[in-house]
Ligand binder design. Sequence first.
Ligand code: SF4
Length: 304
Amino acid sequence: MSKGPRIESPTIITPATAAAITGPVLAWYAAAARDLPWRRADRTAWGVMVSEFMLQQTPVARVLEPWQQWLTRWPQPIDLALAPAGEAVRAWGRLGYPRRALRLHAAATEIVERHDGVVPAEEAELRALPGVGAYTAAAIASFAHGRQAVVLDTNVRRVIARAVAGSAQPPPSPTVAERALAESLIPAADPAGWAAASMELGALVCTATGPDCAACPLRDRCRWVLLGRPAYAGPPRRGQAYAGTDRQVRGLLLGVLREHDGPVEAPTLDAVWADSVQRERALGSLVDDGLAIRIGDNHYGLPR
Ligand code: SF4
């Protein structure tokens, strides 16, 4: 990969240029898309919403089984809202970032209380729900309701950065110019299709570390390739360490709490991590986050 100057993104593209990009990607998607249950014709808005919560920073392969179990157990928001929050944390299993389970439970409760149990279609209403940020609101509006929305996840951002802006990676977080560029790409005839297709291209072909350009529908017009694949020259990007972090310890502690129906004695939790200072800090943060509760002087459990 050659070192090169920082490539400034075009902030707007013409409809003809947009069509020359979206058309081949939509055609590729029609033939290559994975058959995922939250994309099928019989999907529900709630199923899409659950998938979007689970897919945050989590690969599809790890989400398929928990998603199916979740929808079987809680097919509508009201079913989850009526369950204890701790059951949502337990069912989240090993998906990671378990605060998502609590937020999904809280969102289900708000959907029941403020939207008659129906997942709203307006992005503003979705964003007002717990755990729903700009990306998730746009994704639910688009995939569940077919609305025109700027769906900017990591995969979509990488495809646009490379194919249109000519940069190896997008900036660390979305910029105003990036959103404007993404918006100018959306085909009015199939906004949801474009969102899904560009996301799938980033997940399967234009991957972070090994883009398979030979298999890409944009190989003949990708700006990054035409520029000679210049190295990323933007602001530094944060890595995500896991081993040895408090996040790992929290996951181990929560795993023990999930395995028990009732309160767990503190010595049982002590066994999962030798460093007592880090273990206590992790346990305290689980309690602070509402993912665990202290019971008496010497026991812990999932929230009720
Ligand atoms: S040609 Fe390569 S770098 Fe460009 S969009 Fe396709 S896979 Fe990504």
